[in-house]
Design a protein around this ligand. Sequence first.
Ligand code: HEC
Length: 184
Amino acid sequence: MRPAIAAIALLLAGVSPAPAQAPYTPGPLNISMPADWAQRFLNYSSIDNVERRIIRRFYVNPEALFAATPGAPLPNGTMIVMADHRARTGPDGALLRDIRGRLIPEPAPFLLSVQEKREGWGEGYPADIRNGNWEYARFNPDLTRQAGMDTAASMRACFTCHLGARAQQDFAFDFWDYTQSRPR
Ligand code: HEC
């Protein structure tokens, strides 16, 4: 049967060919924010950055936190979210502090930076860029993708810096350190 006739025959029989699984292509579009991340993810670390007048809160999906093992690469399926909050200030513009001297964050973050690792990801990046199986992405607080952050090229700085600084720590920062010494 000619292909066109075969396709018509399939249609007439009510059978449509299975949709092709989109092949992996490098880039930030592989990552999307789970709608329930703020309720579900665990806040394993927070940093006050006085110079930038922000509080950085670091979150990970609980499955990854429980599966991560000291000394081993982080598990596939790890999704790390770094939420930047502006610090609250007084009427004179000075930074406010809580009873332990920590900065006081605005309730909602203004920026979400994400790194996620999955089996098969990372293929296709040149060796001087590739971060193992990690991809990076940036989102607004309403979970839409940040403008301009939709191509592999737009994430280049993330790859370059994490590769240079933390290749021996599976390209992660506080989550790697936390995994090595997590109180149990
Ligand atoms: C110039 C270096 C640099 C660049 C560029 C950079 N990062 Fe990072 N990243 C860091 C450092 C350093 C930390 C640790 C937190 C801190 O010191 O504020 C970090 C932490 C993170 C974390 C939390 C990791 C953990 O283990 O807790 C995520 C997620 C992240 N970065 C995503 C991104 C994304 C997405 C981009 C690009 C849009 C990016 N980073 C660009 C240096 C960088």
